[in-house]
Design a protein around this ligand. Structure first.
Ligand code: AMP
Length: 478
């Protein structure tokens, strides 16, 4: 581990009551591949037993064969895409996790991150719990296992009452598919319907791929239970202000998904338009950093009345750069991934648009490429505010000391990246683009701590007395 806490941004999927449950889950995970490319897993229930398959790598590489799907028999299944975070990845961390609990088997897939998992884990280990993975999801599983409540949904509620942080969960028991979303709705979870069969997914694009229709978002703090008798909704937690994570709109979600009732693509275009309104520079051409910067660059170009050109071509056979676990590979990844399209760049004053700057690695490489391809001027525009604070809810931003916007002020970042001018979308512009009049500083409408430092939950593991001890415990395990 790189000295950070355990973090995961992932995709989850589940379907109940369909004879092709595993194949549908594989397709759903394929549509959610952008949320995690390091590993994937599916657990199905066939009426008498659970079947589990977990693999490192892409969904299509492992879950597309008939042989594999046949091994995952049953009419209910859940699946999970895992996103590489810090440190090494182990097959035993690949989800869905499964355990034989008192009362029956229980499988769980988790998108998000808990902020008190290490603190809870420390106590559980002291009480004799034996952990098999280093994942915070196993903390939920252990809490469910230990709950004294009689019914599985009550036991899950019991467990979730003790955790802090962000989650979109799918769980499978012999009789139930269960979905749960954290009380502030930080991480997304949606419900669909495929010919009467309920479907759960992190994003609507996973419903589209199987032809399911979108029913609704799971509400913050809601638990939905799908059984033979239909879908039940429970709201067992005290209501909290809803604060979905704005990073889904900025970077994580696929542009064809609907998040919070809004098209991700349209919102990203609006981010670009706001950015142009706030910080337009005279230039000849607007060029996106593909693919993440494309919708914002389109919005920027439209608003600024400038031509939009693909001045950088992306090789689609390389994974998302950020996802590679070491800095060297990340840098190599950036080189492997983009190539300038000289004909669109040479002699031009270029406005380069990307969705976000984290460490600055991508920006430095891309700007150098554009300059090497003969650009006369390079003006970098970022369609989100400067990321000054680390994330603890599953977005996997690094330690604060590595964040470019924490290390430098605007002028410092400009000269470090080596551009003629640099501007970020303002926090006000971000809220405006999302349709809010303004950010309500008393009751912020979104989880936006990356830009504001305003964390929606306590950071118990980070700030607690036992933080050091817990981390060393995990380092030994890893
Ligand atoms: P960096 O190179 O460290 O500045 O990262 C910024 C680049 O990574 C941008 O091009 C983004 O599209 C992408 N990015 C931003 N946030 C994330 C994230 N949480 N995970 C993976 N990639 C990201």
């Amino acid at each position: 581990m790189e000295g950070d806490t355990l973090r995961e941004e992932c995709g989850v999927f589940g379907v109940y009551g369909h004879e092709d449950a595993a194949a549908l889950t594989a397709l759903g995970l394929h549509a959610l591949q952008h949320r995690g490319q390091e590993a994937a897993g599916i657990v199905s229930y066939d009426g008498s037993r659970f079947n589990a398959e977990r693999r490192m790598g892409l969904v299509g590489d492992h879950f597309s064969s008939e042989k594999m799907i046949n091994r995952l028999a049953g009419n209910a299944a859940i699946g999970h895409n895992r996103y590489s975070t810090t440190g090494e990845t182990m097959l035993r961390n690949v989800q869905p996790l499964f355990a034989d609990l008192w009362g029956g088997g229980f499988a769980i897939g988790h998108n998000g991150n808990l902020t008190n998992a290490l603190t809870l884990r420390d106590q559980l280990v002291r009480d004799g719990a034996i952990f098999q993975s280093t994942s915070d999801t196993e903390t939920i599983l252990q809490l469910v296992a230990r709950s004294a409540k009689p019914r599985i949904v009550e036991r899950l509620v019991d467990a979730l009452t003790q955790v802090e942080g962000a989650y979109g969960l799918v769980c499978l028991t012999p009789k139930k598919l269960i979905g749960a979303r954290d009380p502030q709705g930080i991480r997304p979870l949606v419900m669909g319907d495929l010919n009467g069969c309920p479907v759960l997914a992190s994003e609507t694009c996973a419903l589209d791929i199987i032809g399911a229709h979108f029913v609704r978002e799971i509400e913050p703090g809601e638990i939905v239970v799908c059984t033979e008798d239909g879908v039940e909704s429970h709201k067992p937690f005290p209501p909290q202000p809803c604060r979905p994570c704005v990073f889904e709109h900025i970077y994580f979600a696929r542009p064809d998904s609907i998040v919070g009732g809004k098209s991700v693509y349209a919102v990203r275009k609006e981010f670009g338009a706001q950015l142009a309104a706030e910080s337009h520079e005279d230039a000849d051409v607007v060029i996106p950093v593909p693919d993440s910067g494309v919708p914002s660059a389109l919005g920027y170009a439209e608003k600024a009345g400038l031509p939009f050109e693909l001045g950088l071509i992306r090789n689609h056979y390389v994974g998302r750069t950020f996802i590679e676990p070491t800095q060297q590979i990340r840098q190599l990844g950036v080189k492997l991934k983009h190539n300038p399209n000289r004909a669109m760049v040479e002699g031009k004053r270029v406005v380069l648009v990307d969705d976000s700057v984290v460490r600055g690695t991508t920006s430095i490489k891309i700007v150098q490429m554009i300059r090497d391809a003969g650009a006369r001027e390079v003006h970098l525009r970022i369609a989100s505010p400067p990321i000054t604070h680390s994330d603890f809810y599953g977005i996997d931003t690094p330690d604060q000391s590595k964040l470019l916007a924490h290390r430098f002020d605007l002028e410092g970042m400009r000269s470090y990246i080596g551009v003629d001018s640099l501007a970020f979308l303002t926090v006000e512009g971000l809220y405006k683009a999302l349709g809010y009049e303004a950010r309500d500083d008393e009751h912020p409408q979104l989880t936006d701590h990356c830009f504001t430092g305003d964390y929606p939950t306590p950071l118990t593991d980070r700030d607690g007395d036992r933080a050091g001890a817990q981390l060393s415990l995990l380092a030994e395990i890893a």
